[in-house]
Design a protein around this ligand. Sequence first.
Ligand SMILES: [Cu+2]
Length: 647
Amino acid sequence: MLIPHWILYGWFALAALSTAYVAWDNFVRKNPEETVMKWGWVLITLYMGPVALALYVLADKEPAPGQHEEFIKPLWKQGVGSTVHCIAGDATGIIIAAAVTAALGLPMWIDFIVEYAAGFAFGLFIFQSLFMKDMLGGSYLGAVKATFVPEWLSMNMMAAGMFPTMALLMMGRDMRAMEPTEPLFWAVMSLGVIVGFTTAYPVNVWMVARNMKHGLMTARPVAEPGKHADADERDGSAHDREHATATAAAAEHGEQGGGHSQDGGSGGHGDTGHRMRWDVTRPQVAVVALLTVLALVFGIILPAQKVNLTLSADDVGGAIMPPGMIMTRDTPGEAMRDMSAIDPELVSYTAAADARGDQTLEPRLENGVKLFELETSVISWNILADEQVQAYAFNRQVPGPRISVTEGDRLRIQVRNDLPESTTVHWHGLVLPNAMDGPAEITQEPIQPGDSYTYEFTAGQAGTYFYHSHDHPDRQQAFGLYGALIVEPRDPARDRSYDYDEDVVIQLQEWLEREGYTYPAMLMEGGLPNFFTINGKAYPDTEPIRMRVGQRLRVRFIGSNNNFVHPMHVHGGPFEIVETDGNPVPENARLLKDTINVGPGERWDVIWTARRPGKWLLHCHIPHHTTNDNVEEEGAGGLTTIIDVRE
Ligand SMILES: [Cu+2]
């Protein structure tokens, strides 16, 4: 599931408004609450948004002046207060640690350790101890000791909910969630805190009930004798004044959460000994501690079974995965990056909706050498009038421009790489010096982003060839880095035996496009294509072939696609196969076929005679490949074109 940014920003806006309200109600309207709790509520509302706002209003916001003491008595509200108090510190530590570890590029499993330590430290040393020390007798060390175990139990349960939420979402389909610069990261943190709050709540209720932890308290400003309580303008201020004394009294014994402790039998809340007396036995604490540790362990084991926790934001941060890709705990980061979508923000050029690829590239002549310039870049390309893909393109077109030369020509081809990743170009089918052949890391260093490489060779063979990326071709060629390379014979007699009137190149391709993101189509779970193109367009936007009865058509099929063998079938009479992979077929060996299996990398040159007038289909015979995302438009789709024959 990819969550649109407007939903994320909507959530952040709600969280901001909720936080503003809670802050205003606490500090301006002076909800009669301990200062530490006021800050706790503000932080927790920042993280949990409207969820915290609801909890605040239902559990802690004084419904009418003077009612706070009574209002907060129920145990469930005390539990909420205790959880807020704990999570505010823990979550702050975890979120800061998560942002720092992500920025440092540390693996997820180290993130968890750092986050646990930071969350616990923040919760214990700052939120519990520092803020609570006055209530706990004034000694900071004493406060640390008194709150250590309750804080630890609560932290375990919080992490038991928050860690798996973070791991499964951060390393899910949309790994922008691993980047603190992305809004999704903060949304995942927000959800993680909500889940962590939920899992930490039960143990907090238990601890409040057993007098191990404070819940909610009422704290009212002590009215100075002889002076009216401050001129509060709001309704019921008279009520406030009436309760000024009660307030002070409440503050005195405020140390023990709310009302329940009164009947909780916890004796030691006298004026001096401000330490809470736990209403539990050691074995009881021990078994609850055991359960929280188990919950935490499961909270880490669970995601570790599902996602690869050895990966970091540096490895896969920002990657958006195809919806059906199977990612397991041992899927390498490189595999994920390879199958991830093109980041639409990298698009540097948007081609016109009706732009066509395979435009003939004119060379410059330099001392008898034909100089061609190719430049790779990320573009937006229409495969249909209403369907755009992000593509890797040569010279801003899909397929790349046609390089058309004559047998024996000396070629110099400058390739400039403007992709976000390295690339190379392979001249498919040509015999040339090994250093000019193109396979990345085998015959050459890949061309880094911003760099160039010059290929120079003589086109020694006539026929139908093509060029394509040979650096991660499973990704780059699938994204559109291919183009036709046609070498005309120096001796025109070579193909006189199969005269033709029209000459058409058909380059096949498969695409995977969903929700506006383009993934490299692959024969892998989650990578199967849902769009198919001839020369960069799907039917009905493929270019029809216009002929007259009696004319002969030469079709040069190029298997520029990556995955399927496409049985290309023609209506209205068979093809005659005249060349295969650039090699002429002897006249006495030329097969007649109406269906030719065009596999990846293959070229088939065929002659088709227009025998009768009408609209004759030329299409792949895997019916799914003649649909657009499983939809047939105007009778077909995808790998379909029409040979329109007139009298
Ligand atoms: Cu097909």
